[in-house]
Design a protein around this ligand. Structure first.
Ligand code: AMP
Length: 425
């Protein structure tokens, strides 16, 4: 399948060719024709699947084709609502890339920074607005944004909105949208509250699903290190001796934990920075920029800060601590192995994290291959001893989310080489 088969206009095909895209990803092949038919869409997909282009390309085409209809200043015709600043910036960059020959104007707004630059652009008028919920409501209430000309509404990462406590803001925004519009709704999972929201928002939607767990799992080389809690820093250092780890995104559960790992790495002369909610927007963008440019070898992140960040050619994801929501594991490792590349995901598991591991393995449908005989291995008794359930806390509302659309979550188990049975790092 080729993008040319999707009836795309030349200005978009030209931009895609500049981006080096030739073949649509499954979510793109399925969604683009439906969105061009102006259908409402319920998409089950996470970042890393090509989801952004799946909605950005047809939206740009629809706007371009109706360009002649409207004269005068730009009015907001498309709103993309997304939970994090990083994701918002990336979506805006995607509109810039795919739409560069279409003449459509777009901008991005998010909190944590001065609004002046944002309101100056809004005053001039934009066709496409990418926004996080809080800043959007703020600027609506100040009269800078009027959504009454909106034609298309995209709700991105709906389940994450719920996790991050934004769901009421989202509902308030929805009350401000015109009733007649096309709605595209994306979520990696469908907990009941999100399903209810989808039912309320969508009219006779087409449903498109790329099974997130299995597709991610298949593309990524996963391994597991049993290790004592206090030995995790030294194991990380040990692994980083491997020059094959050019860049690593390391996940911790807490902001404090992220800072501690960075300090430890600095002491051992490894370039690293942390991104989490306590860091300013500028500090986060700076760290991300340095990491993307190769000036930093390690980026340590909490789930919320890292959600959706798009780093091409990220070779390694390291789960320094396992997440207590199993789907988060899939989101984390999905940062590597993007758009068909293979990636490597290494997970540390201490004696207290075995119940999280069990839940993760149940979700992805495989036992993650265990690296044996490494220098910091947890003693056998602690690996196989009784699991003491840990209190579930942390992320968002601390609830386990449902298993999505009931897609096939089984990964392949036979495609791992035997090398991880020995210590190669
Ligand atoms: P997303 O799921 O939107 O975060 O996209 C994941 C990554 O895949 C991004 O780096 C995109 O630039 C890239 N990408 C999206 N669509 C394609 C495609 N058809 N061919 C190659 N790369 C793509």
């Amino acid at each position: 399948m080729d993008f040319k088969k999707l009836d795309l206009i030349d200005p978009i095909l030209k931009a895609l060719s500049t981006e080096g895209y030739t073949t649509p990803t499954p979510i793109q092949a399925q969604s683009i024709p439906l969105i061009l038919e102006q259908r409402d869409l319920l998409g089950c997909a996470q970042t890393g699947t090509g989801k952004t282009a799946a909605f950005a390309i047809p939206i740009l085409q629809l706007l371009y084709k109706n360009k002649g209809e409207e004269r005068g200043p730009h009015k907001i015709k498309v709103l993309i609502l997304t939970p994090t600043r990083e994701l918002a910036i990336q979506i805006d960059e995607s509109f810039a890339a795919y739409g560069k020959h279409t003449g459509m104007s777009h901008t991005v707004i998010f909190g944590g920074v001065s609004q002046l630059h944002q309101t100056n652009i809004l005053r001039r008028g934009v066709d496409i607005l990418v926004a996080t919920p809080g800043r959007l409501l703020d600027l609506i209430s100040q009269g800078f944004i009027d959504l009454k000309f909106l034609k298309i509404f995209v709700l991105d990462e709906a389940d994450r909105m719920l996790d991050m406590g934004f769901i009421n803001d989202v509902k308030r925004i929805i009350t401000k949208l015109p009733a007649k519009r096309q709605t595209l709704f994306f979520s990696a999972t469908m907990p009941p509250e999100i399903q209810k929201l989808a039912n309320a928002l969508l009219t006779n939607p087409a449903k498109v699903e790329v099974t997130p767990a299995s597709s991610t799992v298949d593309a990524i080389d996963q391994s597991l290190y049993y290790v004592g809690k206090t030995e995790k820093p030294i194991l990380l250092l040990h692994l980083l001796k491997d020059a094959d780890i050019i860049t690593a995104l390391v996940f911790t559960r807490t902001k404090h934990g992220a800072d501690k790992v960075v300090k430890f790495l600095h002491r051992h002369e490894i370039t690293a920075a942390a991104i989490h909610g306590n860091k300013s927007q500028n500090a986060r963008q700076h760290a991300l920029g340095n990491f993307k440019d190769g000036k930093l070898r390690v980026l340590v992140a909490t789930d919320i800060a890292a959600r959706g960040i798009d780093i091409d050619e990220l070779s390694h994801v390291i789960n320094y601590e396992l997440p207590n929501i199993p789907e988060t594991y899939v989101h984390r490792i999905g940062r590597t192995g993007r758009a068909g590349n293979t990636g490597i995901a290494i997970s540390f598991c201490d004696a207290d994290e075995r119940s999280e591991l069990k839940d993760i393995q149940k979700l992805i449908g495989i036992s993650i291959p265990v690296v044996k005989n490494h220098p910091y291995e947890l003693s056998a008794g602690l690996i196989t001893g009784p699991v003491i359930p840990q209190p579930k806390q942390g992320q968002g509302q601390g609830q386990k989310r449902s298993r999505g659309f009931g897609g096939n979550n089984r990964g392949k188990s036979g495609n791992f080489s035997g090398r991880r049975q020995t210590n190669n790092y």
